[in-house]
Design a protein around this ligand. Structure first.
Ligand code: NVA
Length: 315
């Protein structure tokens, strides 16, 4: 059966660890040149379509470079020209693309559209960000944390700010899969949905991790090993910018707040960052920030995801 990565918990805990290990190996040998190593699993070349219905920098470049490093052919499909769901239905696009390419990477709005693409295309589909989840970002985040802190299981990670956004939701699921203790610190109305919390709790019960909501940012960050934030105004929420900036202000990662975390805590931000809002320049440009490693690691984990899915394709 063709496998996909539509949300973080499409992977088991063991599969997540396997992909992170493969990503680390690919980082060591980016062009697949070492004998008996990772090789070029997309040699042929297999074409991977990358479709963007929202803005992108890291995702487009890291997938393009990564697919080329795997020996494949990265094909950029302009979301505005394709008009998926407007000019043509998702179902028809899925059936057509599935006849042309070996995998589909799609950044779009609705998770349900991505699910339909996966159901009907017949090729592996990778979520490159939807309104609900950003699983590629989370694999990059986990690889980065593992590089800096070693074992993931047992670490405490605090997410501050818009917990209901894609990155917040994904941290709950992927952090729980990794056996981490995840604290979500968000103002009222901005926590992940109850069903995502429930699912993360169910996963954490099997991995030794935990998930909790801690509204007070000071309590949430105390002794944390990892401190994470994301923009307060995700793509598509621009009309709410002023209201969001007011309600999220106490959740900004400042030097003062960070001083309450473990002294060797690392700070993550998926970028783009808005200095002076969700994070101060002092923190993101400071010694505890690992955001540039995090951005680089997008390429390595996405290569691992594509190679892993390609190996399991149903044809
Ligand atoms: N939550 C952000 C992530 C950007 C990579 C957004 O959806 O805009």
């Amino acid at each position: 059966m063709t496998r996909h990565l539509l949300r973080d918990d499409d992977l088991t805990s063991a599969e997540q660890a396997e992909i992170l290990a493969l990503a680390a190996a690919m980082k060591e040998d980016p062009f697949g040149l070492v004998d008996g190593g990772v090789g070029k699993p997309l040699a042929g070349p297999h074409t991977v379509a990358m479709i963007f219905d929202k803005a992108t920098l890291r995702t487009q470049t890291s997938f393009s470079a990564g697919i080329a490093e795997l020996g494949g052919n990265p094909l950029l499909v302009d979301g505005a020209l394709a008009g998926i769901g407007r000019r043509e239905s998702v179902a028809d696009v899925a059936r057509v693309l599935g006849r042309q390419v070996s995998a589909i990477v799609w950044r779009t709005f609705h998770q349900s559209d991505l699910e339909q693409m996966a159901e009907l295309s017949g090729v592996p589909v990778v979520n490159a960000l939807t309104d609900d989840f950003h699983p590629c970002q989370l694999l990059a985040d986990l690889l980065t944390v593992a590089e800096h802190k070693g074992e993931l299981a047992g670490l405490t990670a605090t997410f501050l700010g818009d917990g209901a956004c894609n990155v917040g939701n994904s941290w709950l699921l992927a952090g729980a899969l990794a056996g981490m203790h995840i604290r979500m610190s968000s103002p009222e109305g901005y926590l992940p949905a109850e069903e995502i919390f429930a699912r993360a709790k169910e996963i954490a019960a099997t991995t030794g991790g935990s998930v909790t909501a801690v509204a007070d940012p000071v309590a949430a960050v105390a002794e944390a090993d990892v401190v994470i934030t994301d923009t307060w105004v995700s793509m598509g929420k621009e009309d709410e910018a002023a209201a969001r900036r007011a309600v999220f202000a106490p959740y900004a990662i400042t030097g003062e707040l960070l001083s309450l975390a473990a002294s060797d805590a690392v700070v993550l931000h998926c970028l783009p960052a808005y200095r002076g809002f969700e994070i101060t320049a002092e923190v993101i440009d400071g010694p505890q920030s690992v955001v540039w490693d995090e951005a680089e690691n997008r390429r390595h984990v996405q290569k691992a995801v594509l190679a892993w899915l390609h190996e399991r394709r149903g044809w």
